[in-house]
Design a protein around this ligand. Structure first.
Ligand SMILES: N[C@@H](CCC(=O)N[C@@H](CS)C(=O)NCC(=O)O)C(=O)O
Length: 355
């Protein structure tokens, strides 16, 4: 089907150089790109012929659209041609081509925008609507009222906390730019996000989330990047099964009743209380043996790539390696060690290593 090109003309009270820069410089692009109401927390641009750009636009509901392309022609400040494709959001239209012409007139600039290559009429209409709104935003930005750059997510917690590390790993796996604030549990900052004062908590502008499994699911669904949940319903349920089992049984057996006894020793001479260690071993042994069976012959608990289950569990297992009784038990769990090695090789694991 032959869909007409989209042609928009608009006059701006700004010189061509300034307008040209609004399409080629990162900070300026963040100040207006995308329809009104959307913000641009992340933008990368390499304004050379053959160079790429990638703009991540966030809506008020947390919906994310990502547009990306490559510069084909750059004649500053008169003409700019770039490809335009959606990685996320705005349907599945194949890549289109945008040509911008900047003509000086009466101290300002006439901008002509031509976009070609629409596969369907509905994409032409959606882009016409989107560009009209975006050009309104550009006009406001040039007049000194840039879009607020909504802050990216902020994760609160402690680096050594296994739950905090799991949330950080999920953010890293998705390539999400986020701020990490190391705050103490039960501090006023932590309580502002988590009513029980536990770690971690996630701040999204003025909205907050707590409970690691909720945070992990949000990260999986709200951000692009590799899927951390399988597509198959049964496999998804198996991931949920491991998440639930970790929260209900393994975290207690591994972390609360054993690791914390080592990390916060209450015995004589500042050593871990041997009776508490002894008491923790049966549940630790049982948990590890169940986990060991769970891997079967694979590197991951479910399927052939990491899921939220591996991400949730691996930070706790990583700490088990540090203490004598658990290290001995781990030595007898080849599948857990293999799974752990697969996770430890990931950049998300090294990037979140507690120091
Ligand atoms: N159910 C919570 C558990 C969070 C949790 O227990 N976090 C630990 C750190 S790994 C914590 O805040 N400990 C401090 C405390 O218990 O006072 C979740 O899944 O996020």
């Amino acid at each position: 089907m032959n869909v007409q090109p989209l042609v928009l003309n608009r006059h701006f009270k700004a010189p061509p150089e300034r307008l040209f820069a609004a399409f080629t410089e990162r900070a300026l692009m963040q100040s207006w790109y995308g329809p009104e109401g959307m913000t641009v927390p992340k933008c990368e641009v390499d304004a050379r012929v053959g160079g790429a750009y990638r703009v991540e636009m966030h809506g008020a509901d947390g919906d994310v659209s990502i547009v990306t392309g490559v510069f084909r022609e750059i004649e500053a400040p008169r003409r700019l041609v770039f490809t335009w494709g959606w990685l996320k959001g705005a349907g599945r239209n194949p890549e289109t081509v945008v040509t911008l012409t900047f003509t000086p007139r009466e101290g300002g600039t006439d901008l002509e925008l031509v976009q070609t290559g629409f596969a369907q009429e509905e994409f032409h209409l959606a882009h016409a609507e989107g560009w009209r709104s975006a050009l309104n935003a550009l006009e406001s930005s040039l007049a000194g009222a840039p879009k607020p750059v909504r802050a990216g997510p902020v994760l609160l917690g402690q680096p050594l906390s296994n739950y905090t590390r799991a949330a950080r790993m999920a953010l890293a796996e998705k390539g999400v730019a986020y701020e990490f604030k190391a705050v103490q549990p039960h501090s006023s900052e932590m309580r502002a996000v988590h009513p029980w004062g536990r770690m971690p908590g996630l701040q999204l502008g003025d909205r907050t989330l707590y409970e690691t499994s909720a945070i992990l699911r949000f990260i999986e669904e709200a951000y692009p990047g590799p899927a951390l949940m399988p597509a198959d319903p049964f496999e998804r349920a198996r991931v949920e099964q491991w998440i639930s089992a970790f929260n209900a049984y393994l975290d207690r057996a591994f972390v609360r009743d054993y690791i914390l006894v080592h990390l916060f020793p209450s015995g004589a001479d500042g050593k871990p209380d041997p009776s508490r260690i002894e008491a923790a071993l049966p549940a630790l042994r049982l948990g590890l043996s169940i986990l060991d069976k769970g891997y079967e012959a694979g590197d991951y608990l479910v399927g052939d790539r990491p899921t939220l289950a591996d991400i949730l569990i691996c930070p706790a297992v990583a700490i088990l390696d540090r203490f004598p009784e658990s290290a001995d038990l781990l030595a007898a769990c080849p599948n857990v060690r293999r799974g752990q090695a697969a996770m430890a090789a990931r950049p998300s694991f090294s990037a979140t290593q507690p120091t």
